[in-house]
Design a protein around this ligand. Structure first.
Ligand code: GLP
Length: 243
């Protein structure tokens, strides 16, 4: 089964431009829209493009609200590898979005369940996510929703798999420093977004991309549930496109 609009770019930079077109259109249509944002290397060309387009007067982030997908458990917001810091460095510090209009799960929350509930309520109070950006892990994770026997609904704590720890150790001094747990929006939170853009680039993602959209819907490939979402745009590059 398969259910998405597919854009195949020549390279990651071009993929970033195509994804930026979707964001530019959404923000033009609804200046106070709620965007869901992702970390990882894949969205970087998109973030560079969004910064350039605001500087060029094509996008205005002053009324936009944003909610990030996930955060490592135990990392302070200013930790070099925290996802809050990643967002500040790669996007927020370079655009006009208001700090109070950006939310990222708190890695240091003492009561994780209460923080997760509050995160869900904040998104609801904003009227839900209009446009959600996603990357994908090699095991098909979205946010930090790892392969499982079910699709977790709401924002929750997860234990990271060895595969994810290994993939992400490149950002830390060693694998031992990678946090073993994270807080992530649930699959239900992600599926509730009105519109989704997934970016996938690089030959190493080809196999999982094929399973995600052209395989069966299975919680062992968390991203495969996107086949049931009515408005998904897949922006991949030639290297990741499986055909
Ligand atoms: C992390 C993030 C995901 C991201 C994935 C892939 O695990 N939690 O949101 O999609 O990495 O990252 P990259 O784009 O660097 O391959």
């Amino acid at each position: 089964m398969y259910h998405a609009r597919v854009i195949v770019a020549n390279n990651p930079e071009e993929a970033g431009k195509f994804a930026a077109d979707v964001f530019e259109a959404e923000i033009a249509k609804k200046p106070a829209c709620v965007i869901g944002l992702a970390t990882g290397s894949t969205p970087l060309p998109l973030y560079r493009e969004l910064i350039a387009r605001e500087k060029a007067g094509k996008i205005d982030f002053t009324r936009v609200r944003s909610a990030n997908l996930d955060e490592y458990k135990g990392l302070a917001p200013n930790h070099e590898q925290s996802y809050r810091k990643f967002m500040q460095d790669n996007l927020f510090d370079h655009i006009s979005i208001r700090p109070e209009n950006t939310i990222v799960p708190l890695g240091l929350a003492e009561d994780v369940d209460a923080m997760c509930d509050a995160y869900e309520r904040m998104i609801e109070a904003w009227g839900g996510v209009d446009l959600q950006l996603l990357g994908i892990g090699h095991d098909g994770h979205i946010g930090f929703n790892e392969p499982d026997d079910h699709f977790p609904a709401k924002t929750h704590e997860v234990k990271l798999t060895e595969m994810t720890i290994n993939a992400n150790k490149r950002f830390f001094n060693s694998a031992d420093e990678v946090p073993r747990a994270a807080i992530t929006m649930g699959i239900g939170t992600i599926m509730a977004a009105k519109k989704i853009v997934m970016m996938v680039t690089g030959a190493d993602k080809k196999e999982i991309l094929k399973k995600t959209f052209w395989g069966k819907v299975d919680p062992q490939v968390p991203a495969s549930i996107l086949q049931f979402h009515p408005d998904v745009t897949l922006v991949c590059d030639k290297d990741a496109y499986p055909f």
